[in-house]
Design a protein around this ligand. Structure first.
Ligand SMILES: C[S@@+](CC[C@H](N)C(=O)[O-])C[C@H]1O[C@@H](n2cnc3c(N)ncnc32)[C@H](O)[C@@H]1O
Length: 298
């Protein structure tokens, strides 16, 4: 999905000097996305592997410091286009609680516009386009009366440094994603969600207790569990299924497994959308497509 990063990754993989530098980092920090995001944050070049190499070697102390300090926390509002058909089937209004929320931008599914083929839902906010098959897209956006997010390190859309990091995490060619990130950040800044620093197991029950009683509580997460070690993933699933909440997830089947999953449409569909642990659709990473195989109910 990013020819620039593909080219860079091939060059890095063959460069013993760069690999030796990366080996000085703790293992979880040796991530391509983290390295390239930090170089872009520091205004280094990524289009030309030779220029990238020169920058990296000359600026390694600064890159090293940022890679240790930061984490991959891409906040992709496009994923709301995957959530919308599910949210529309639930009794309204909704109280949304997102675990692994990053800056909380996926807490505003009611403020974005969606394009599913010919069906356009909503008329304001950034436009999120999703090629969805096997589902009747909803006719309207959900009604959201409460939004709260939990993250080990919540990012703040009113903080220029946090927004710069969120932008640097978006792959270079994906200008449309940067544009909609800025639009979504403006929406969140004007009406900030409740963001809580904490762990998705240890701190979830206390946040659930703060949800209003007269709305359907939806606990959801997208592309989070791959960052959570296995015993904690199991503890989270055990917890979330006991909560007085509906549970919506968009995760890879290697971190959230299901029986009888139909074949993956192609390797780009690497996540599965599920409601209350029942798989509904294969989805692309940034919400750009979904192939439904479960009931849509919309
Ligand atoms: C790849 S980002 C995805 C952000 C957002 N869900 C989205 O789809 O745009 C994963 C987020 O999960 C958070 N995270 C990882 N482990 C966590 C944990 N144990 N408890 C809470 N948040 C966690 C990270 O800090 C990061 O912000």
């Amino acid at each position: 999905m990013s020819p620039i990063y593909e080219r860079l990754s091939l060059a890095v993989s063959r460069d013993d000097e760069i690999l030796a530098l990366l080996d000085t980092l703790p293992e979880p920090k040796r991530q391509p996305n983290l390295l390239y995001g930090v170089v872009r944050l520091l205004r280094g070049p990524v289009e030309d592997p030779a220029a990238f190499r020169e920058f990296l070697v000359a600026n390694w102390p600064a890159v090293d410091a940022q890679m240790r300090r930061r984490a991959t926390q891409t906040n992709e509002v496009g994923r709301c286009a995957l959530l919308l058909p599910v949210l529309a089937t639930l009794p309204q209004p909704l109280a949304l609680l997102e675990v692994g929320t990053s800056a909380g931008l996926c807490l505003y599914p009611d403020r974005y516009t969606y394009r599913y083929g010919d069906r356009v839902v909503g008329s304001d906010g950034p436009v999120l386009t999703c090629a969805a098959t096997g589902v009747a897209p909803p006719r309207r956006r959900p009604e959201v009366v409460w939004r709260a997010g939990l993250d080990l390190n919540p990012l703040d859309v009113t903080d220029a440094a946090d927004v710069a990091w969120l932008e640097a995490l978006i792959w270079p060619e994906h200008t449309h994603r940067r544009t909609r990130l800025r639009a979504a950040a403006a929406i969140a800044a004007a009406d900030p969600p409740l963001l809580v620093r904490g762990d998705l197991v240890d701190d979830l029950p206390a946040l659930v207790d703060r949800a209003p009683a007269d709305a359907t509580l939806v606990v959801f997460h997208t592309s989070v569990l791959y960052q959570v070690p296995e015993p904690r993933r199991a503890a989270f699933v055990e917890l979330v299924t006991r909560l007085p909440a509906r549970w919506v997830s968009v995760e890879g089947p290697h971190v959230l497994a299901y029986d009888d999953l139909p074949d993956q449409p192609d390797e780009g569909f690497h996540n599965v959308l599920a409601l209350d642990g029942k798989p509904l659709a294969w989805t692309r990473g940034h919400g750009e497509a979904a192939v439904w195989f479960g009931p849509s109910g919309a």
